[in-house]
Write a protein that binds this ligand. Structure first.
Ligand code: ADP
Ligand code: SF4
Length: 683
């Protein structure tokens, strides 16, 4: 199909200093949990995006010195010439598709603890580092500033040597030395502190240095958070944030602008909608003649066009939309907008950085698997044999398995007990702030609707007899899970005692519309989003809600999605009472006994119902009754997703995808993916 002419403007070239991008699709730098630790995975992930049509592909932050390193988090690394070949591999891969390669050299200052190198970090002033580690920075003196400038110049030369077209100065996210010099934390009394002109000085100098050494062939970009969302205590887009852009105006070749810090820039859809940064960054183009790139989790080409036409941006920046769909530009180009796999704004991708493992994506199960499993986000090997598959359950795992099996050409029957697709996503997307999660279903529902070899049956709660009657060659059980009432979890290995007359509800019941009589206790021993979000939902009914958890904070695991602070703040602002560091010992009809996790001191709280958020039980009865009938016409029965083991939606989709990829393929009895093995030194 041909491209809709409305979107032609997105495919116009844009000159950035001495280089020109073929279109306006700009993958901004983003972390990925791969970096220097998993370099082959890293190159292939970026290559695929170039194949998918992005005009510019950037690295993540790339450490420019062993004196400022982020171990154990695997970022890019450019400590000396020996790192050049790896970085060059990515630039070459990207160039093969006519895309530009960008790189973001970074010196982290008080954002790094140097756990590996054991060097004392240096920063704008002598302070504890930003991480909760027993390390302080020493203040940079004049010799350090000279050395810092040299580090950047050396890094720039190496970037050019590695073949990069765009080289950054990373002044954003309150995470780098540049950002710290700019910020109000800069309390220096020399010519690098005090007035904004002074605080900008180091950036100006390095910009000039960099342009001098590589500016003939490379564009020099600046990444800058125009607003720190701290009001007068920080940079604001109406105040010093704007002043910085005015001071540097046309010195860089490109302004890559956002808001700061990273958690605010990469806000989840629970808290911010598409385009949430527009009001902060729209002034930038009025101040500079140079091209401007901005982000806002854009997946809609119409929104992108209006950003360009209204003169707000020249380039559409994307990190998460490019992770969820590396082929987004090509799909727009080919008139296949409906095929875009839209980011849901959940930040599972971000967890890869915090957990120092290759990132994964809820919407894109191939993310992080491009090299090690050879998975392509758009292509899949055709079936080996004509076989039929019955998929039972249309939650994320069943939907993805059906979609991918059908893509392979297999004949698929999808049976769903209810009248709707989506399983848990259909329910969870009704929770406060999670409406965009419905995109998990929307994408797959549309894809399946376009394929003649998938038949969907609703109102079809299948029994083992029903399954045998269908007579499929392979049966996939994707029947999901249910939240447990017993209370067993991380802190209670036996059921929590409940007296007669007490009321214990499950998240499934609350999501199905049960409204308990208040006061209600939400007991969260699950620690992801469900406990916190149910407290918010119940409080929305006007109930007296107390959130109890054995750990120190609300929805603890969401530190990894950068939501924790916002979740806890929201609950507190809504008037949800929070009782941290307490276990639920016993449930009575009108109160509960809580025990301090340190002293075991008991305190009682009045309540008429407890919502138990501790674990889920797999719904695998059907699976077990079918395994007894294996043989004959039924070749295989397989559990996938939450029915196999309850986990994240990302895990369920991955599970369904993997099943579809592996059906009929040789079984591997070793490690089923390629590994990046460290090599022994030869010197
Ligand atoms: P997952 O996350 O693994 O995809 P979900 O819980 O989201 O699991 O989805 C499971 C789906 O399976 C739900 O839509 C549910 O209605 C459906 N289901 C459960 N049991 C049966 C059954 N026996 N026959 C058909 N569908 C079923
Ligand atoms: Fe978007 Fe979630 Fe995928 Fe990240 S993990 S790209 S937020 S869908």
């Amino acid at each position: 199909m041909a491209r809709d002419p409305r979107y032609d403007i997105l495919f116009e070239p844009v000159q950035i200093g001495p280089v020109t991008t073929k279109n306006r699709f700009y993958q901004v730098p983003h972390c990925n949990g791969m970096g220097h630790q998993y370099p082959s995975s890293w190159v292939e992930m970026r290559r695929i995006k170039a194949e998918g049509g992005w005009g510019v592909i950037n690295t993540e932050e790339v450490e420019i010195s062993h004196t400022s390193e982020l171990s154990p988090t695997p970022e890019g690394r450019l400590w000396d010439d020996r790192d050049i070949p790896l970085l060059a591999r990515m630039a070459d891969a990207v160039h093969n598709y006519g895309a530009l390669a960008g790189i973001e050299p970074a010196h982290l200052g008080g954002g790094a603890s140097n756990n590996y190198s054991r060097e004392i970090p240096m920063g704008v002033s002598a302070r504890p580092i930003d991480l909760l580690e027993p390390v302080q920075t020493r203040a940079m003196d004049k010799a350090d500033i000279k050395a810092f400038r040299k580090m950047h110049v050396d890094a720039a030369r190496r970037c050019k040597q590695a073949g990069y077209d765009i080289v950054y100065l990373y002044c954003g996210h309150d995470m780098t030395t540049f950002a710290h010099f700019l910020s109000r934390r800069n309390d220096r009394t020399d010519e690098y502190g005090g007035s904004l002109e002074n605080r900008v000085r180091l950036i100006r100098e390095v910009l000039q240095d960099t342009k001098e050494v590589i500016g003939d062939t490379c564009a020099v970009a600046i990444r800058f958070g125009v607003d720190e969302l701290k009001g007068p205590a920080g940079l604001t887009s109406g105040g010093e944030g704007r002043d910085v852009v005015e001071l540097l105006a046309d010195l860089p070749d490109l302004w890559d602008v956002n808001i700061s810090d990273w958690s605010k820039d990469s806000a989840t859809s629970r808290f911010e909608l598409e385009g949430f940064q527009d009001s902060y960054v729209k002034f930038v183009k009025q101040v500079t003649q140079k091209p401007v790139v901005g982000v806002g989790r854009y997946t809609s080409p119409d929104a992108m066009v209006s950003l360009i036409k209204s003169g707000q941006l020249d380039l559409i920046g994307a990190a998460r939309p490019s992770i969820a769909d590396p082929f987004l530009p090509n799909k727009i180009d080919e008139g296949r907008v409906e095929d875009i796999r839209e980011c849901i704004g959940c930040n599972i991708c971000v967890t890869g950085d915090f957990l120092a493992t290759p990132m994964r994506c809820t919407q894109n199960p191939t993310m992080g698997e491009e090299w090690r499993r050879g998975w392509h986000p758009e292509r899949i090997a055709p079936k080996k044999r004509d076989e039929s598959v019955l998929v039972i359950g249309a939650g994320p795992s069943g939907l993805e398995a059906s979609r991918a099996l059908a893509q392979r050409g297999l004949s698929v029957t999808l049976a769903e007990a209810t009248t709707k697709l989506g399983g848990r996503v259909a329910n969870e997307s009704q929770l406060p702030g999670l409406s965009q999660w419905k995109r998990v279903t929307d994408y797959r529902e549309y894809q399946i609707s376009q394929m003649a070899n998938v038949q969907v049956f609703f109102d079809s709660k299948l029994t083992a007899e029903d399954v045998m009657e269908v007579g499929a060659d392979h049966v996939v059980i994707a029947t999901g899970s249910t939240w447990a009432r017993h209370g067993i979890g991380r802190h209670n290995h036996l059921p929590i005692p409940a007296t007669t007359g007490s009321t214990v509800l499950t998240p499934d019941e609350i999501m199905a519309g049960t409204i308990p009589e208040g006061p209600v206790i939400v007991f969260d021993d699950d620690h992801y989003y469900m406990g916190g979000i149910l407290a918010e939902k119940l409080r929305g009914y006007g109930l007296d809600v107390t959130y109890v958890t054995p750990v120190a904070d609300v929805s603890h695991w969401t530190h990894n999605t950068m939501e924790q602070v916002r979740i806890q703040t929201r609950l507190m602002q809504l008037g949800v009472k929070i009782v941290p560091l307490h276990n639920l010992a016993k449930i009575h009809s009108d109160h509960v006994d809580l025990t301090c996790i340190y002293t075991e001191q008991v305190k009682t709280l009045p309540c008429s119902a407890v919502v138990m958020v501790t674990m889920r039980d797999a719904k695998d009865d059907l699976y077990h009754s079918l395994t007894r009938r294996l043989g004959g016409p039924l070749a295989s029965v397989t559990r996938i997703g939450d029915c196999y083991s309850p986990g994240t939606i990302a895990a369920a989709i991955y599970s369904g995808h993997r099943y579809a990829r592996e059906l009929g393929e040789p079984i591997c009895d070793g490690v089923p993916f390629r590994r990046e093995l460290p090599a022994l030194a030869t010197d």
